[in-house]
Ligand binder design. Structure first.
Ligand code: C2E
Ligand code: MG
Ligand code: MG
Length: 371
């Protein structure tokens, strides 16, 4: 920095740079590049080469604000944009960002009350066993019935819930609700429907997570083997050692573990070998590629074969077409989930589906008996 610049620590890991003559966008961009480059150098700590990155948001005076408050706020908004654009980059503030920031803020403050106000709801999407053709499980998917905005899908609010730590309480509610529901279907006379619950990284790494799973299983009375927890590769990347320990503990409890969105994350596969993961969920992007050019279906086949060779149960997600199903059958995929069979359903609709399935099975048995 130059003597005329000011660098100050704003708190946490945030720093503010005040640059006179910064109103020239080109100069500000050049400076941001310089900072990114300087910070990219490795740090040698206890023999390890460690790297840090930074995300920079830029606001220009007078265009983006005339006082400190407005300039800081807009730089902050731009910085969040830089973070969500993959970090290690810089962004200039634009008014469109502001609209998004306002929306995010509105969602965040409303989400704080959603749980208490009973606005969250679980939908259930059936998983179909390809050998028996029967429903073998249900994935619980969160929805938010907002009194003004209507039904919100998870991609609108889960990233915000994660960012503000709200996901921990929401996740606890999801787990309990889903386990109670599975228990209720069984009590109503259906065969067991294994219920799968998505667990976000923040929840998984929470010190209370294991105790919470234990408590929910005790409270709902659901046998642990009928609960499946879906985690993503990002969980595994966070802290491999403690994550492996948590997975082992869950396994000891008897819970089934699934790796969601398989193939989309970091390509380090060695962990799959030593972590106690039972199920691999092949991401929709691979299923979609089945009907693409030759290489596409080869890729899907390779991903499935890899999971199989590691001894995992393979579930394909996002199956929409008969042709995709046919391919998955030839690949000996164990179970499938997707719009071809059913969209995610409200609990009551799912109950009806189970009853219908049971009735049709009974009818089949009856006709067999007649013959
Ligand atoms: P996911 O766990 O990979 O869930 C599958 C998503 O694919 C669901 O989207 C589902 O509705 C959608 N899907 C299923 N079949 C098809 C299909 O044939 N075609 C298409 N186009 N889509 C299909 P949804 O419900 O919007 O959930 C999105 C993501 O939000 C989930 O991805 C999961 O990562 C997250 N999520 C949902 N509920 C929860 C929750 O309770 N807790 C946490 N932590 N995350 C959740
Ligand atoms: Mg999932
Ligand atoms: Mg998935």
């Amino acid at each position: 920095m130059r003597a005329s610049d000011t660098v100050s620590r704003q708190g946490g890991d945030e720093f503010v740079l005040l640059v006179p003559d910064g109103a020239q966008a080109a100069a500000a961009a050049q400076l941001a590049e310089k900072i990114l480059q300087a910070l990219a150098a490795p740090h040698m700590i206890l023999g390890h080469e460690l790297y840090i990155t930074c995300s920079i948001g830029i606001s220009l005076c007078p265009f983006d604000g005339l006082d400190t408050e407005a300039l800081l706020k807009n730089a902050d908004t731009a910085m969040y944009q830089a973070k969500s654009a993959g970090r290690n980059n810089y962004q200039f503030f634009t008014p469109a960002m502001n609209t998004r920031a306002v929306e995010r803020q509105a969602i965040e403050s409303s989400l704080r009350h959603a749980l208490l106000r009973g606005e969250l709801e679980l939908y259930y999407q059936p998983k179909v066993d390809l050998r028996s053709g029967r429903i073998c499980g249900a994935e619980a998917l969160m929805r938010w019935n907002h009194p003004e905005w209507g039904l919100l899908m998870p991609d609108r609010f889960i990233p915000i819930a994660e960012e503000f730590g709200l996901i921990v309480n929401m996740g606890r509610w999801v787990l309990l609700t889903a386990c109670m529901q599975a228990q209720q279907w069984k009590s109503a006379g259906s065969a067991w429907v294994d219920v799968a619950v998505n667990v976000s990284t923040l929840e998984f790494c929470h010190p209370e997570f294991l105790a919470n799973v234990r408590e929910v299983l005790a409270q709902s009375g659901l046998p642990a083997r009928h609960l499946q927890l879906e985690i993503t590769e990002s969980v595994l990347m966070r802290d491999a050692a403690s994550c492996a320990e948590t997975l082992r503990q869950l396994k000891l409890m008897g819970v089934t573990l699934a790796l969601d969105d398989f193939g989309t994350g970091y390509s380090s596969l060695s962990y799959l070998n030593f972590l106690p993961i039972d199920v691999v969920k092949i991401d929709r992007s691979f299923v979609q590629s089945i009907n693409g050019p030759q290489e596409g279906s080869m890729l899907a086949g390779a991903v499935i074969a890899m999971g199989q060779s590691l001894g995992k149960t393979i579930v394909a997600e996002g199956v929409e077409l008969e042709s995709e199903l046919a391919y998955l059958q030839t690949m000996r995929c164990e179970a499938v989930q997707g719009f071809l069979f059913s969209h995610p359903l409200q609990a009551e609709q799912f109950s009806n589906l189970l009853k219908r399935e049971q009735a049709s099975m009974a009818a089949m048995n009856f006709s067999n008996w007649k013959v």
